[in-house]
Write a protein that binds this ligand. Structure first.
Ligand code: PMP
Length: 427
């Protein structure tokens, strides 16, 4: 049996001219010809590439979406974790159910009730962050070439998953009130006329990443009705829903049509991302395949993480904690918006009512991707707009995050950014 990778007659020569013909290795990667087709669309996230530089203390990073964790009651958490290990260590460190612990899924229902969601714990699947839920849903629904309609712009991590499964992403526009129903309807009608199969509508209705906008109450039932009419399943991604600054959460899309929506939630932003726990609430029929896909991917979600969060939910004031996170983020949003008005009056931006991000449009002619190295030289980082589109749009946009730096650092970061922008524009 031949287990060595397939090579060209002269691999060194192939490497020298950078040959990448399928089936041909190079000196750098002798397995080059062996990768699955689906890996060809994979590319490094622009955000991840930035992290190495942006994390240097002298750089003000307005790039990443890292939650602010300094406010967590770490002492209490360490006490309850020690108690958990002492009393239930043998369970917490063991394998568990592929769907997630029943008692924990009941607690997740309680978290979702804050958004008026009524469901059964049987339909909840615990995942390794909502990122894994995105992967599992895409895995069970998407064949290469199937269409996913997604907002323009869209969460970069979702686009990465969709690309990995060779979906064709078609963007639908948003305005200050989120996804525009008429535009969605037009796009779905166009795709139907072309005979294209649209499998999913991917949407982040609350405090959009990266758009910073929220789907209005009036539009919610309209979006659901349009998707239902065209037979499209909605993938509602909602990690920021409980982090609204001004009002109670709006009803989730799931509340309008539980059989047409897969809802994704996460503890990453409301508690801590280090546990890597999220969940999918799926129509009953879908849930079964989702669990099978999850089991084949990871056997079961981490018991330690599930039981730790479960203990946190039952012994700590998690609602109070979320309230205090909201206050921190509101203050930072104000700092960001104030600094933009002060230093970058020629730009325009969205006004987030919750979450972590604002979406900024730069003056015409400016290319944010091209400008990024010069911004990093000026010790400020952001994510260029092109990262959030599947089709190369977004050059004049950038995503600015206000979740992690203090208000003072946010102001300083935007001031530095304005210096870079003014240089670009020759002002
Ligand atoms: N969806 C959106 C819109 C996000 O912003 C993120 C994290 N940045 C995720 C999903 C994934 O979050 P996690 O895997 O930590 O739950």
């Amino acid at each position: 049996m031949n287990i060595s990778p397939q090579r060209s007659p002269d691999p060194a020569a192939a490497a020298a001219d950078g040959a990448t013909t399928p089936g041909v290795g190079t000196r750098l990667d002798p397995w080059l010809g062996h990768y699955a087709n689906r890996t060809h669309g994979m590319k490094a996230s622009e955000i991840r590439a930035l992290f190495a530089v942006a994390n240097r203390p002298e750089v003000v990073s307005l790039a990443g979406g890292m939650p602010f964790l300094a406010g967590l009651p770490l002492e209490t958490i360490s006490e309850v974790t020690a108690k958990l290990l002492a009393e239930r260590g043998a369970v917490a460190l063991q394998y568990g159910s592929g769907q997630g612990e029943e008692a924990f899924r009941e607690q997740i229902l309680e978290v979702m009730r804050a958004e008026h969601i009524r469901a059964h714990s049987d339909d909840v699947v615990v995942t390794t962050g909502s990122q894994q839920a995105l992967d599992l849903v895409t895995r069970i629904f998407i064949d290469p070439g199937d269409v996913i309609v997604a907002e323009a712009p869209s969460y970069v991590g979702a686009l990465g998953v969709f690309r990995a499964y060779q979906a064709d992403v078609v963007h639908a526009p948003m305005d200050a009130d989120g996804l525009i129903p008429e535009a969605l309807e037009e796009s779905l009608a166009d795709l139907a006329a072309q005979g294209r199969t649209v499998k999913l509508l991917y949407t982040v209705p609350n405090f959009h990443n990266p758009g910073g906008v929220t789907l209005s109450r009036e539009r919610r039932p309209q979006i659901v009705e349009i998707a239902q009419r065209f037979g499209v399943l909605i993938l509602e991604d909602n990690p920021y829903g409980l982090l609204g600054f001004d009002e109670d959460p709006l009803p989730a899309l799931h509340t309008y049509a539980p059989e047409s929506v897969i809802y994704l939630g996460s503890f990453s932003k409301t508690f801590a991302p280090g546990y890597r726990v999220g969940w999918a609430l799926a129509p009953h029929a879908v849930r079964e395949r989702l669990v099978l896909a999850a089991e084949s991917a990871i056997l079961c979600p981490s018991m330690m993480s599930q039981l730790s969060i479960s203990t946190y939910l039952s012994t700590c004031d998690w609602r109070g904690q979320i309230k205090s996170f909201r206050e921190v983020y509101r203050e930072r949003r104000d700092a960001m918006i104030g600094a933009l008005a002060e230093f970058l009056p020629t730009a325009s931006w969205t006004h987030p009512r919750g979450g972590f991000y604002t979406w900024v449009q730069m003056p015409e002619g400016l290319d944010t991707q091209d400008m990024l190295p010069r911004a990093v030289t000026e010790l400020v980082a952001y994510v260029p707009g092109t990262a959030f589109y599947a089709d190369g749009q977004g050059k004049e946009f950038m995503r600015l995050s206000y979740c992690y730096p203090t208000p003072e650092r946010i102001r300083e970061g935007v001031r530095r950014l304005s210096t870079v922008v003014n240089n670009e524009l020759d002002l």
